[in-house]
Ligand binder design. Structure first.
Ligand SMILES: Cc1cc2nc3c(=O)[nH]c(=O)nc-3n(C[C@H](O)[C@H](O)[C@H](O)COP(=O)(O)O)c2cc1C
Length: 179
């Protein structure tokens, strides 16, 4: 079983999540290829049995490069077992409106790529003040304040539930591939 993990990231948390997923699957004896969609030129998706796609939400949108990758390789990917990880800060909370928005974004992803991943999971990301420029720092401090979150503007604050992600991967692995 060879699994492709293809991701897009803006501040690095999705890459960290995908590295964790790769390490976990390798520990379970699977063969894994971890790939940034920026480096996917010439890749043949047909040689994989399963795929995890991951991207993060910024201003209500997922990276266009991830959508382009999923669309370009749709013929192969849509026939294999797939998991789409959508990383955001809304997924760290319990606001029903924000969760409805995450579902709407995921539906939009499926519509844009022209196929629906076998499974979609919303994954809590991180504030990464070490990666933000001046204006992003101001905006993200304001968002943190609105959410009642204490943050250190000189550091990062991670909300990703690593145990939950491990359990999700185990569950997904045991699911049957599409017929
Ligand atoms: C400029 C900016 C805009 C963001 N917009 C959203 C958003 O619309 N909804 C949301 O839930 N999270 C939003 N986030 C949070 C990111 O999705 C979160 O920080 C995630 O961990 C980023 O993943 P990455 O480091 O892989 O890019 C935003 C973050 C930044 C910096």
């Amino acid at each position: 079983m060879t699994t492709l993990i293809a991701y897009a990231t803006t501040e690095g948390q999705t890459r960290k999540i995908c590295r964790f997923a790769a390490d976990h699957l390798v520990e379970l004896g699977q063969s894994v290829e971890l790939l940034s969609v920026e480096d996917a030129e010439g890749m043949d998706a047909h040689r994989f049995d399963a795929a995890i796609l991951a991207g993060s939400v910024h201003a209500g949108k997922v990276q266009p490069a991830l959508l382009a990758f999923a669309r370009d390789h749709g013929a192969a990917l849509s026939r294999m077992k797939t998991l789409y990880l959508q990383v955001s800060l809304s997924a760290a909370g319990h606001d029903p409106q924000e969760w409805a928005e995450l579902a709407r974004i995921a539906d939009g992803v499926a519509a844009e790529i022209g196929w629906t991943p076998g499974r979609t999971a919303q994954i809590a990301g991180a504030f990464r003040f070490t990666q933000y420029d001046f204006f992003r720092t101001l905006a993200m401090r304001w968002i943190a304040h609105q959410k009642g979150e204490e943050v250190d503007p000189g550091g990062d604050k991670e909300y990703t539930d690593w145990d939950g992600l491990r359990a999700l991967l185990d569950e997904w692995r045991s699911e049957a591939p599409p017929s």
